[in-house]
Structure formats: C-alpha cells, structure tokens
Design a protein around this ligand. Structure first.
Ligand SMILES: [Ca+2]
Length: 365
C-alpha cells in the first residue's frame, strides 16, 4: 500500500517536472528566432511551379543558416548579415504533392534555433466530374457491412466489418449470397480486401493485422502481416499494394512483405482529400470511396493527383434501402470492363460504366 503511494508521488513529480521543462522549452523556442521567412508568404502552391522563399536573418553573430526540406539540408549560408535577406527556389516537382516541412536552422554559439513552416504542394489538375451509366443492378446482402469488394476473374469477393460479424466471402453476383465464407474471430473488425496471385489480403480496422487466405479454399494462411495505424481499404496493381487508413494518405507496399515503399498524398487543386476508404485499381488509376460522401475519387498512383470525381448520390438513394449505411465498395470486372459498386448493408450492387473518362486526355499525355 505504502509502496504504491510512493511510486505514484514520484510519477506525479516527474510528470510535473517534465511538463514544466517542456513548457519552458516550447516558450523559448517559439520566441527565439534568429532567422525567419519573410511574411506574408503563400504557403500553398501548385505542383509543377517553382516556389521562391525569402529568408532574412534578424540577429547578429549567426555562424550558419541551414534550410531543410523534409529533414534534408538543401542550402547553407555561412556568416549571414543581420537584416540582409536572401532567397531559395523550391522546385515542387522535386518534392511531390503534399505537405512538406520547410525549416530554417540558425546556429549561434553551438545552439540551434529553428523556424518551421509547412508548404502545401497542391495538385495542378482540377478534378473532372465523371458521369456514369447504370448497366445493371443485383441484390446485395443487407447483413454485409461491406469493407472490401474485388473480383478475381468473374468471382466476386467481399470482406465485411463489425465485431462478431466480420468475414471474407465469395459472392454469387446474381443473388448477392455467399457461396463460401470464413468468419474472423470476434476480436477483429474486418476491413478492405485485395487479391494477388492466389492470396487474399484482408485488413483489420484497429488491430494492425492483415490476414491472408488461399483464394481457392478461403483457408487462412499461417503468415499474418502487421502494420502501423488503422486499416481501411486495400487494392493492388499486380506489383504493389495500396492501403488507406482514413487519412488523405495511401501507403504503397510490397505484397511479399507488406513493408511500406512510399506514401502518396492525395490532393485536388484545392485541398487534401481525406477519409479515403475502399479502394480499387482500374486501368492505371486508384479509385477510392471517400467516407461520409457519395463520391469516388479517381487518383493517379504516381503523384497522388485526383483526376476525376464520380458523384454517386443517385446510386445511394436507389441502393441503400432501409438499413443501409455509407457508400463503400468498388470492384472492377476486367472481362466485362464494368465497375461494381455497393455500400455497407445496402440492398443493391450496381454495375456501372463511366462516360467520357479519358485519363490520357485529363493528364494531357
Ligand atoms: Ca475494391
């Protein structure tokens, strides 16, 4: 009893001391700038442009100033003179789309003083509104909280969520019923699915686990991949996996190890596109449901630019039914060249075709 009391007193004291030191440090670092960016700067620019930043030392005795972009030193100025400014040109193509950390570090008497900004590099393309036509509709099980939707040939696979109800199933398109299915343990909330070779990958929402199955038997494979953060959607282009986590970022992964290769930041010409959910790779582009909207974003997988937006409000009203939740689920049938879409607990799955979506035209290639 006594021992417990003693430990908690020490912990509280440590927390207090730490907080005090942290507060002191944050105050001092915020107030002591030896070098600054000249304001007002526009910290949001289009990809492809050159961004000129103006820099001015505001103190004497600085030995050296470093400019860092994304933690890499890109320029260095020795013995700068107070109030004598200089500039640096940031080539946005070199850094890619997304939020970039831009940092000035002034060194004086072996102390470092930092001044940090975020440069948002937006897409240079305005997304095109893409229309579609409904080719057909099919029943969808209202007990399926759809989180993953993908074809292997003509066989539709569906992964579902909710604790105690999550599963992976092969679906008979004509009636929406499971031909074969495997349940997840009650501890796991199933998320996106994708198929590479003979393997089905299934993410979990907050358990940091990706389960693997033999696509023919739906037997779970012994290997389980782990990852950091939440699991939402997943798709692949045959060589790489793409995973979403509810943010505007997509992580490109090695299918053999699940290790991240790079991160894509998804932007329009105005803003980051957040809450990217179920994914599908179609003809060189990533299609993503945007959670809490009726939209699908069509994303270029190299740079993260949103080239098109499909507004599926009509499908939501026609397919959701009484108990349906959000629009989620995109599966491409390569043979039919049509896209199948549904939602969580929806009554229907729709087969659609996009109208006048010419990717090459949009990208100007
Ligand atoms: Ca999909």
């Amino acid at each position: 009893m006594k021992k417990t009391h003693k430990i908690s007193s020490i912990s509280l004291l440590q927390i207090f001391t730490f907080s005090f030191v942290a507060l002191f440090l944050s105050c001092s670092s915020e107030e002591t700038y030896l070098v600054v960016f000249v304001e007002p700067e526009n910290w949001s620019v289009a990809y492809g442009t050159t961004k000129k930043v103006e820099i001015v030392p505001i103190e004497t005795g600085i030995e050296v100033i470093y400019l860092k972009i994304q933690d890499s030193i890109v320029a260095k100025w020795s013995n700068p003179v107070k109030n004598k400014g200089f500039s640096y040109l940031i080539q946005t193509e070199q850094w890619g789309i997304g939020a970039k950390k831009i940092e000035l570090i002034a060194v004086k008497k072996q102390q470092e003083y930092a001044h940090e900004k975020r440069l948002i590099i937006l897409s240079d393309i305005q997304p095109k509104g893409i229309a579609y036509e409904i080719i057909n509709s099919y029943p969808h099980s209202i007990t399926h909280f759809t989180q993953g939707f993908e074809f292997d040939g003509d066989q539709l696979f569906e992964g579902t969520g909710q604790l105690g109800e999550s599963k992976l199933a092969k679906i008979q398109l004509e009636n929406g019923e499971s031909i074969q299915e495997v349940a997840l343990s009650n501890a796991y909330f199933g998320e996106g699915i994708t198929i590479v070779g003979d393997t089905v990958y299934q993410l979990t929402w907050t358990s940091n686990k990706c389960f693997l199955y033999d696509k023919n038997t739906l037997k779970p494979l012994p290997e389980v991949f782990s990852y950091s953060g939440e699991g939402w959607g997943i798709c692949n282009n045959g060589k790489e996996l793409f995973t979403s986590n509810g943010s505007h970022q997509l992580v490109v992964r090695n299918p053999k190890t699940f290790e991240p290769i790079r991160t894509l930041e998804v932007y329009t010409d105005q803003q980051a596109v957040v809450r990217l959910n179920e994914l599908e790779f179609i003809d060189g582009f990533i299609y993503a449901n945007i959670w809490m909207t009726n939209n699908i974003a069509i994303i270029e997988p190299e740079k993260g630019r949103v080239v098109g937006l499909v507004n599926a409000t009509e499908l939501v009203s026609k397919g959701r039914g009484q108990v349906g939740d959000s629009f989620n689920g995109i599966a491409y049938n390569k043979k039919r060249k049509t896209i199948f879409v549904t939602g969580k607990n929806w009554e229907k799955t729709f087969e659609i075709k996009l109208i006048d979506f010419d990717q090459k035209d949009i990208l100007g290639i």
